[in-house]
Design a protein around this ligand. Structure first.
Ligand SMILES: CC(C)(COP(=O)(O)OP(=O)(O)OC[C@H]1O[C@@H](n2cnc3c(N)ncnc32)[C@H](O)[C@@H]1OP(=O)(O)O)[C@@H](O)C(=O)NCCC(=O)NCCS
Length: 106
């Protein structure tokens, strides 16, 4: 469910979170090629975030009891290195993608 993003056209809002997450992952891969995995947490009932991360290839590693200040549980999600590479990004391609996005924002 893509929502409008201030400053972006509806076409560019489509999958904005996916694109931002891919940019973060490609930046990480470019700056640290030896990276083994990406790890993050999200509230267990955050359906949008869970959908986003599942589609990027993240898998549940563990449920964290009362992880947040609001006492909600979290899932720790992990994206293993083979999956990171399966995003289709060689180091050169990742570098090119990062540079293209940075060039477009300056
Ligand atoms: C979670 C969030 C970042 C998703 O942003 P988004 O721009 O809607 O995500 P995208 O457009 O890239 O969608 C990614 C996929 O998740 C799906 N999705 C997004 N929100 C969804 C929801 N509420 N329920 C089910 N699926 C959802 C999209 O349909 C899309 O799948 P598709 O390719 O099959 O269409 C956004 O809802 C948000 O900003 N939430 C508040 C902050 C937050 O929760 N951040 C995460 C903290 S861990």
């Amino acid at each position: 469910m893509t929502r409008p993003v201030p400053g972006l056209t509806p076409r560019h809002s489509r999958l904005a979170a996916t694109q931002l997450a891919r940019l973060a992952l490609t930046s990480m891969l470019t700056s640290s090629p030896a990276v083994q995995e990406a790890v993050l947490e999200t509230e267990v009932d955050n359906e949008g975030a869970m959908s986003l991360y599942r589609k990027l290839g993240f898998v549940k590693e563990k449920r964290l009891h009362r992880f947040y200040l609001n006492a909600k549980d979290a899932y720790r999600l992990k994206l293993p290195l083979p999956t990171l590479h399966s995003l289709g990004l060689t180091k050169v391609a990742a570098q090119a993608e990062v540079e293209a996005v940075l060039a477009a924002t300056h």
